[in-house]
Design a binder for this molecule. Structure first.
Ligand code: NAG
Ligand code: NAG
Ligand code: NAG
Length: 249
């Protein structure tokens, strides 16, 4: 199977936060400059392994892919923010609660979005709150992906944040290219630049931004940059839900 699964599920017991299959990581990018991407949250397990990415959307909330956190419990996830090097600096936060979008469908990856509430407010020196983009993307728009995913096939998650410019790909051609995997729904969009550039294990849930606003979260694909598009959850259709949850959750 070509699962681009992020971490997320607890396979054996509900007591672990672990990776099922592999998570996506960035292939073909470069190291992020220091101080870049402070809206990027690293979701980690209790021994400090990066499992998925996420985006800081308020002083108390992170959005990520639902498949990253389904089946786990808040106490098994730690959030690290404020560094482009996971071995240096940054601050770790506890998760108080997980809210998975109601209509998330794991097999279809439909509505692959979830919010995490942090136990205490983030220190604003550690983070940048990313604004949500409520506009739809156009084909050929450039989006910026950040991630701590593997930088080579079968590699470990990277301890250094990587960054990669990606191009929004034709929805129609993407549907066709991915027809043997799963349907590319309207609330998903694809990126593809060239073979050798794209997501890999560990990038799931990670933010895609445009003009400094959040436009997407890495969801699924055929890892790692082997010539297929990467498929992401669009933010625009969920912007109202996220805003509401920031206030009520
Ligand atoms: C965290 O993930 C790493 C890499 O997958 C694994 O080796 C380690 O056992 C995990 N730790 C826990 C507490 O699950
Ligand atoms: C998820 O989608 C599949 C395929 O369309 C469907 O068979 C299944 O019932 C759905 N699951 C849920 C929980 O809605
Ligand atoms: C996007 O770029 C491709 C390749 O340059 C081009 O064929 C296509 O027409 C462009 N699409 C739009 C909507 O501009």
């Amino acid at each position: 199977m070509y699962e681009k699964l992020l971490f997320g599920f607890v396979l054996t017991t509900l007591l672990n936060f672990s990776v099922q299959g592999s998570t996506l990581r960035i292939i073909g990018g470069h190291e992020a400059p220091s101080k870049f991407g402070y809206y990027h949250a690293s979701l980690q397990n209790l021994t400090g392994s990066h499992v998925c990415g996420g985006a800081v959307v308020s002083e108390r909330h992170v959005v990520t892919a639902a498949h990253c956190v389904q089946g786990t419990e808040p106490q098994y996830i730690k959030i690290v923010v404020g560094t482009t090097n996971l071995d240096e600096g940054g601050k770790q936060y506890d998760v108080e609660a997980i809210k998975i979008y109601n209509d998330f469908n794991f097999s279809e990856r439909a509505n692959d979005i979830a919010m995490l509430k942090i136990s205490e407010a983030f220190n604003l020196n550690d983070i940048e709150i990313i604004k949500l983009d409520e506009n739809y993307l156009n084909e050929n728009d450039t989006v910026i992906l950040t991630g701590f995913g593997a930088v080579q096939v079968n590699g470990e998650s990277s301890r250094l944040m990587h960054i990669l410019d990606l191009t929004v790909f034709s929805q129609e051609i993407c549907r066709y290219a991915m027809r043997n995997s799963r349907a590319v729904l309207d609330n998903m969009f694809c990126t593809f630049t060239r073979m050798g550039e794209g997501t890999c294990h560990g990038d799931s849930g990670g933010p895609l931004i445009k003009d400094n606003k959040l436009v997407g979260l890495v969801s699924w694909g055929i890892p790692c940059a082997v010539g297929f598009p990467d498929v992401h959850t669009r933010i625009a259709p969920y912007a109202d839900w996220i805003q509401k949850e920031i206030v009520t959750f």
